[in-house]
Design a protein around this ligand. Structure first.
Ligand SMILES: Nc1ncnc2c1ncn2[C@@H]1O[C@H](COP(=O)(O)OP(=O)(O)OP(=O)(O)O)[C@@H](O)[C@H]1O
Ligand SMILES: [Mg+2]
Length: 348
């Protein structure tokens, strides 16, 4: 496991979230008063994209690569790259710190997002801009993430990555882990909700796979759920073209059994595993998929947990198809969408 992956696992430990939240607040306060983003001398920050001004409203999430803020567009005229103007003036803005201030913008995420336009099940970019410190990606505000929806009292995706703190937090992690049950604040998705959310997820994956792009970081905090309950795939920070021979990426807790750092080892079927693990973690429990120490369980353990879970036969069948050791046996996203689980008629 790489240092990066260890840091991500540590970050996802819900017991550390209150500490990490404070760290995020301190960090954000420092960044938010930087002159480059100040508007009219006030403390409120804003960014211009395609001639419209977006003012920062409140933090929506903090991921490993960037922070995401809710922003509001104060201009009357809407001028963005999107064909259809949104019904709201609230948006989400992802800010990715530049590796080298002043250097050319370097985020692969922006490039991939521009190739993924036109799918309702993908949270795409409405516009982008850069300054010396950040790349900004303007997106529709797509709602809450699936991790926070299933974890009461736990906000998703806050992290910390300095080595000293990592060591200290690891010790704390060990102590806290003995004291509290991992799934204490977890609420499984109802099957009715799961049907809508998972359908959206698979539609988004199908769209990407048709373009020979793999997501590589499918997990609950990267699935956004809007007010109508539809799931949408977000966060293309780890996505790659298959022709780029991608190796293992993303969050280790959901990684497929074929995990390896070899170039070309990551395929569309690996995304299907990650989606299945993400579904099991939210429709059954996180403990069905990974341990308290955030280590992925073996395929045998995960399949046994699915078999014995109190879920419908249709959902079990779907999960067992996706969570197969042999990548060649996992059906593609399109095929999975015609599984009986998705055929159930919703009561009016
Ligand atoms: N368009 C959006 N609408 C609403 N919330 C969003 C949006 N995009 C991101 N978020 C929130 O911000 C969080 C972090 O965003 P994102 O996953 O893109 O960042 P990241 O740094 O790439 O994360 P990761 O740790 O998964 O690599 C998400 O989990 C979600 O809660
Ligand atoms: Mg994310």
């Amino acid at each position: 496991m790489t240092l990066l992956q260890s840091a991500r696992r540590l970050a996802d430990n819900w017991l550390l979230q209150p500490i990490l939240k404070v760290a995020h607040k301190v960090f954000w306060r420092r960044r938010s008063v930087e002159p480059a983003h100040q508007s009219g001398g006030s403390q409120q920050v804003s960014v211009q994209i395609n001639g419209s001004e977006y003012s920062f409203f409140k933090p929506l999430g903090q991921g490993f690569y960037g922070s995401v803020q809710q922003v509001t567009c104060l201009d009357q005229t809407f001028s963005q790259e999107s064909d259809t103007p949104p019904a709201t003036n609230m948006f989400a803005m992802k800010m990715i710190p530049r590796k080298e201030p002043g250097a050319e913008a370097d985020s692969k995420e922006v490039g991939i997002m521009s190739e993924l336009k036109g799918c309702h099940y993908i949270v795409g970019a409405l516009g982008t801009t850069t300054d010396d410190q950040y790349e900004y990606i303007l997106m529709p505000d797509a709602g809450g993430n699936l991790a926070s929806l299933t974890q009461s009292g736990n906000s998703a995706g806050v992290y910390i990555n300095t080595r000293k703190r990592r060591k200290a937090l690891n010790v704390l992690d060990k102590i806290l882990e003995r004291m509290s049950p991992r799934d204490g604040s977890f609420h499984a998705l109802s099957e009715e909700m799961a049907r809508k959310v998972f359908r959206g997820m698979l539609e988004g994956i199908h769209f990407m796979h048709e373009k020979e792009i793999v997501h590589r970081d499918i997990k609950p905090s990267n699935i956004l759920v809007g007010q109508n309950g539809t799931g949408r795939l977000a966060d293309f920070g780890a996505a790659a073209h298959l022709s780029d021979k991608p190796s293992e990426g993303g969050d280790g807790r959901f990684s497929p059994p074929e995990r390896s750092s070899e170039a070309g080892s990551y395929t569309k079927a690996s995304d299907i595993w990650m989606a299945g693990a993400c579904m099991a973690a939210t429709a059954i429990s996180p403990a069905a998929v990974y341990t308290r120490r955030n280590k992925p369980r073996s395929t045998e353990e995960i399949r046994a947990n699915v078999e014995k879970a109190d879920i419908s036969g249709d959902l079990k069948r779907l999960l067992l198809l996706m969570l197969q050791d042999n990548p060649a046996l996992r059906p593609g996203a399109k095929e999975l969408l015609s599984e009986p689980f998705f055929m159930t008629i919703q009561p009016l």
